[in-house]
Design a protein around this ligand. Structure first.
Ligand code: ZN
Length: 287
């Protein structure tokens, strides 16, 4: 066999192998500009990074299955609309080593979802998918709005993203607490593994619950209002009350909003200090 013939056979095998693997998945693959493989992703943002993307991961137009990807996209878009962000690009990484969902800051401002994470979330239920989608969108709110988060709490980024997701789930997914609270355990489980500054589990639960209550007050908050009001209540009342004497109440907080949230502080404090256990948390009231 001459060299050219050998080479053409090798190429054909390589091509058919690639074809086989990518055939259905990668028709018109959607990939971030200039990034040929998920393993080439870089960036300061590392939300929910359990590990690096695997060496054999690749960009895909859908992950898990088309319906699940479409459901994820609709949760993603619902959150983007709620937070007035317009179009937020979303990309999908498939293959081994994709137990990740990442939110990227400027200049990229996109979100990348890994197949293995979406599969795990799907196994948990749709609310888990909606939760992670809203949490990652919460980081886009932070990336795209100067001065958010306004708190310098060590876990401000993550706790606020949880608060925003509690808010978003009530507004766009379900007003039934039981259907979202259990999904929240999924989020806690994956974040814990990363060892990053997501805050303690009770801190995160109370942040999520505060966002849930804020969603029930009135209208729709702007991102700046959400941020200010969230930290006003969270830092001052939920986190031990250390700042109680020093923080001025944001001007936009109406007496109705204030009275409503203050009526929930006792519960929020008990979530935060562990008096309300994770199991009890799942069974709290919706309204
Ligand atoms: Zn995060």
């Amino acid at each position: 066999m001459n060299y050219l013939k050998k080479l053409s056979i090798v190429l054909a095998i390589a091509f058919s192998f690639q074809n086989c693997e990518n055939e259905e998945r990668n028709v018109e693959v959607n990939e971030p500009q200039g990034i040929t493989s998920p393993t080439n992703l870089e960036g300061e943002s590392a939300n929910y990074t359990v590990s690096q993307f695997g060496q054999n991961s690749y960009w895909a137009s859908w992950i898990v299955d088309v319906n699940t990807t479409n459901r994820l996209k609709s949760y993603h878009n619902n959150s983007a609309n709620l937070f007035a962000l317009g179009n937020v690009p979303i990309y999908f990484a498939a293959g081994p080593g994709t137990y990740n969902a990442l939110s990227y800051g400027p200049p990229n401002n996109y979100i990348v979802w890994g197949q293995e994470l979406l599969q795990a979330a799907k196994n948990y239920g749709n609310a888990a998918i909606a939760y992670v989608a809203a949490h990652e969108m919460g980081h886009q709110v932070q990336f795209r709005n100067y001065g958010i988060p306004s708190s310098n709490n060590v876990s401000a980024l993550e706790l606020e993203a949880d608060g925003f997701s509690g808010y978003a789930l009530y507004k766009t997914y379900s007003t039934n607490w039981n259907s979202v609270a259990s999904a929240y355990s999924f989020a806690q489980a994956i974040a814990g593994a990363s060892g990053s500054s997501h805050g303690s589990a009770p801190q995160r639960r109370s942040a999520f619950r505060l966002g849930w209550w804020m969603a029930q007050t009135y209208g729709t908050f702007t991102p700046a209002q959400l941020d200010q009001y969230f930290f006003y209540y969270y830092n001052q009342y939920v986190l031990g009350g250390l700042l109680k004497q020093e923080v001025a109440k944001p001007k936009g907080i109406t007496p109705e909003l204030d009275n409503f949230i203050l009526s929930k502080i006792d519960e929020l404090t008990k979530i935060n200090n562990g008096e309300i256990s994770e199991e009890e948390f799942s069974n709290l009231e919706s309204k």
